[in-house]
Design a protein around this ligand. Structure first.
Ligand SMILES: [Zn+2]
Length: 265
């Protein structure tokens, strides 16, 4: 499941098409990535429109075209964006393709959990404005964090850090990374976190989000070698700090790894 930094990486993959018109749209109209959207409207409306700019918010992307045309994209589990040379012929899983004179902008999604939305209007669609603040923004502060933790006080903190209206763009691996750095045991209830742990949670959420964006965003590079993610999926993964075995379990429905020495209950 793509997280914040991967979404930012994929958003930029369509940059070669910026400032240029869409010539034709090719799509697979019956695929469920178009749920809630009429794909015929996209096919009719986008040709002749210029690709102006794109935005990422958490795990979502928005692409703006002239004439008040907006495409929203969610990558789901397996969605990917890429650019192909002009004359590109879509393959089986390339469900949404914008052909331009010089290149083709391609959205591929093998498992179809992704989503394509379409909006027409002078300003961004209402669904784009929904959701919590970006982690890099000033609104993601201690006041917001405290209110969010209190609202979900009975849930394990791991599950809370996965909630998109509070921790925008944070997915499973980043959540484990944040809790490990903050020294918080993942099954602790959100409402039971001490003031010290809340301060660390805020700091490490900002740190992991900005570092992931810096390292992964531009070129899909690996996070630094001393990050937990490199150990998490190993059968005998160890804490990067203690070199002792990580514990694993399921929390918030997701595989979770933590170090019992760094993260005491
Ligand atoms: Zn440790």
């Amino acid at each position: 499941m793509p997280e914040l930094a991967e979404v930012e990486f994929f958003r930029k993959q369509w940059d070669p098409g910026l400032g240029q018109k869409v010539v034709t749209v090719q799509l697979h109209p019956r695929k469920r990535i178009f749920r809630g959207t009429d794909p015929r409207k996209i096919v009719e409306s986008l040709p002749g429109r210029r690709f102006l700019r794109s935005y990422a918010r958490g795990k979502r992307m928005l692409f703006e075209f002239t004439g008040g045309n907006w495409i929203g994209l969610h990558l789901g589990m397996t969605g990917k964006l890429r650019t192909e040379p002009a004359g590109f012929r879509p393959e089986k899983h390339d469900h949404f393709v914008l052909q331009q004179t010089r290149q083709a902008l391609v959205f591929r999604d093998a498992r179809l959990f992704g989503r394509v939305r379409f909006h027409q209007g002078k300003s961004e669609p209402a669904w784009w404005r929904l959701g919590g603040p970006e982690i890099a923004s000033a609104q993601f502060d201690r006041h917001f964090l405290d209110a969010f933790l209190n609202r979900h006080s009975r849930a394990p903190i791991k599950a809370v850090v996965l909630m998109q209206d509070g921790f925008s763009g944070i997915g499973n691996w980043m959540a484990d990374e944040i809790l490990w750095r903050a020294g918080i045991e993942p099954s602790v209830r959100a409402g039971e976190l001490s003031a010290r742990h809340r301060a660390r949670l805020l700091r490490e959420t900002r740190f992991v989000a900005s570092e992931a964006l810096r390292v992964i965003g531009p070129a899909f590079a690996d996070p630094p070698p001393d990050w937990l993610i490199h150990q998490k999926w190993k059968r005998a993964g160890v804490c990067p700090r203690h070199k002792s075995r990580l514990r694993k379990g399921t929390l918030g429905g997701r595989t979770t790894a933590w170090c019992p020495l760094c993260q005491k209950k």
